[in-house]
Ligand binder design. Structure first.
Ligand SMILES: Nc1ncnc2c1ncn2[C@@H]1O[C@H](COP(=O)(O)OP(=O)(O)OP(=O)(O)O)[C@@H](O)[C@H]1O
Ligand SMILES: [Mg+2]
Length: 366
């Protein structure tokens, strides 16, 4: 059997092993509601061309308790798994550093269709990123959703979501680029829905661009096979089923209902899947979202100990330490409650259908 099969994904293991190193410590629970853009622990962050980001919440230090009766702080947590390794062949740590503070050398209004305005940026020295600004309308999509989904994907040992940060850009610079290069209706949309009269600040999510990815929509036949563990799968389908299993897990945890509106899954040349457009993640709970989420459990018809272990290892304090700048305490509670739904689901499956419902192929994170 090839080492990639039946092997716990490498990123998952490095993530789980790294959790107790001292690079990053949890913030106090009361601080979770404050929203501050995050920066990697030791990024060299070049001087930003626009407003500097507030101090990183995720790397704040917390002193230990002492004999004066101060409760000891929780064991320290490392968030190294956020910056480890590469995505789409690009090293993640320098990509995040550039995304957090790198100088912008080119601004290209996106011609992609969709409900919101988007911008392709080139950052020094040669990073191509996608900027999705926060809109005053279309509140279903938020920068924190993109960043929270990226961090949670890494916490789980996945590597399917583009690295993302929240960044505040100079809106007047983006506006000028739109005046010169954007179609009139996009310029008008930017002015109406994004720019503000009172401030030049334009907050949004920056996402690392995946060069190796083409839009992929799972067919009804493939989804049907996903829901039927007895269905025979070709080797190609086995790999797709593994990646789609992680996709449905991520969407369940983040409460993201917006996966199948078109263009939100990419497929690489090697067949692996990337999950983009996570802006709808972590919004407020609604009955219709819960119903849709539970309805999609039918696509999680196969289990694996690797998957269940990753879910069980999610911890509030790690999420608070490593994503507390973009997720509120309520968001984190929501993730854990939905994690419990998933664990109960997979435990049932493993008990009632131990062999026939086992995932036949387990792959390392892409
Ligand atoms: N990080 C990325 N790497 C490569 N391609 C991307 C990336 N992000 C987005 N794209 C491309 O841009 C398209 C639009 O992006 P996205 O789905 O995030 O926004 P959207 O659906 O248009 O947003 P909305 O409907 O909320 O306006 C995607 O379908 C995909 O083709
Ligand atoms: Mg989309």
């Amino acid at each position: 059997m090839s080492p990639a099969r039946r092997a716990a994904p490498a990123l998952l293991l490095s993530c789980l092993q790294a959790l107790y190193a001292p690079a990053c410590r949890p913030g106090a629970a009361g601080e979770l509601d404050a929203f501050t853009p995050w920066q990697p622990a030791e990024s060299p962050a070049p001087a930003p061309a626009e407003s500097p980001a507030p101090a990183p919440a995720a790397v704040r230090s917390v002193s230990r308790g002492d004999s004066l009766g101060v409760p000891p702080s929780p064991p320290s947590v490392s968030c190294d798994f956020v910056t480890a390794g590469s995505f789409d062949g690009k090293p993640v740590a320098p990509a995040l550093a550039a995304m957090n503070g790198g100088r912008i050398v080119n601004i290209i209004p996106s011609r992609k269709s969709g409900r919101t305005v988007k911008v392709t940026l080139l950052l020094e020295p040669a990073w191509r990123v996608f900027f999705k600004p926060r809109h005053r309308v279309h509140l279903f999509t938020r920068p924190q959703g993109e960043v929270g989904a990226f961090r949670l994907n890494r916490m789980l040992g996945m590597n399917h979501v583009p690295p993302a940060v929240v960044r505040i850009l100079d809106g007047s610079v983006i506006h000028s680029a739109f005046k010169r290069h954007a179609p009139p209706e996009r310029l008008e949309q930017l002015e109406r829905e994004v720019l503000s009269e009172s401030s030049d600040e334009m907050t949004g999510a920056l996402l690392l661009w995946a060069d190796d990815g083409w839009v992929f929509e799972p067919t009804g036949a493939l989804l049907g096979k996903l829901a039927r563990p007895e269905a025979r799968l070709t080797p190609r389908e086995q790999a797709l089923v593994w990646d789609l299993t992680w996709m449905f897990i991520l969407d369940h945890l983040t409460n993201n209902y917006d996966r199948f509106t078109g263009g939100n899954i990419l497929r690489r040349k090697d067949g692996r899947l990337l999950f983009i457009d996570n802006g709808a993640a972590f919004g407020p709970e609604q009955d219709w979202k819960a119903e849709r989420r539970r309805g999609r459990l039918k696509y999680l018809a196969r289990h694996s100990p690797v998957v269940t272990l990753a879910l069980r290892r999610l911890e509030a304090r790690v999420m608070a330490a490593c994503a507390g700048d973009v997720l509120t305490a309520r968001d984190i509670d929501g993730v854990l409650a939905r994690r419990d739904e998933l664990v109960a689901h997979f435990d049932r499956l493993a008990r009632d259908c131990p062999e026939k419902c086992r995932l036949t192929l387990e792959l390392e994170a892409p």
